[in-house]
Write a protein that binds this ligand. Sequence first.
Ligand SMILES: [Zn+2]
Length: 248
Amino acid sequence: MKKNAVISTRCKTCCPLFVIYAAIAAFLISYTVPAAASNTRRISNTGAIIVIDPGHGGHDKGVRSPSNILEKDITLTIARHLKTELTPQYKVFLTRTDDYQLDSASRTSHANHRNADIFISLHAGGGFRHQTDGFKVFYHKSANHDPDSATSRKDQWTQIQKRHQTNSQTLAELIAREIKGRFNPADVRVKGAPLFVLEGADMPAVLVECGYLTNPTRAEAMHQKKFSRTLAGSIKAALDAFWTEPPK
Ligand SMILES: [Zn+2]
């Protein structure tokens, strides 16, 4: 209230300038930060827009397998299979369609500008031990959330995905369930973590880490078409269930 009082006493002399500055600030924020959305889903999945993000690309090769299979190639192959699997029921777009570099914010912005209903980022795991393997499906979970600190444009960006956290977690659990059914007995986990590529996404968003490329057996399997198709089938089944099964 005190701040409003200060503004009102200044209005006689600088009100026009204040209005102009406020309009410019509002435009800049709305350009980069989409309007607030509720934690609800669109009613039907028909024509829903899915943005798939093949992780890494270009100089950013990601994880490398012992036999030199690169994460950036695996993620693009899976993304292409997933696009084929989801089309034409869904409208599908890839954040990158070939081997080039893309920063994380551009990937998220791509989904926001498309008004996507779902954002799926694809990655592979990597570890120091060849035996380590497993699938992880992440949803964004802030490390420490302080709603009172949401004042700057950067802070607003970090708050966007929080509005969709419930749906993102549900989608992550559905994807994990479908992967378990198809890749059994692989280790499949759902995890909430602060992930930059997801935090500015204004829609339910998940990151699928589909096996450890540093595991030689898994890497060879991931290189096969059957793997991409099976994983794509798992994600499609999860998306279909996301709209047809009642929310928890
Ligand atoms: Zn990665």
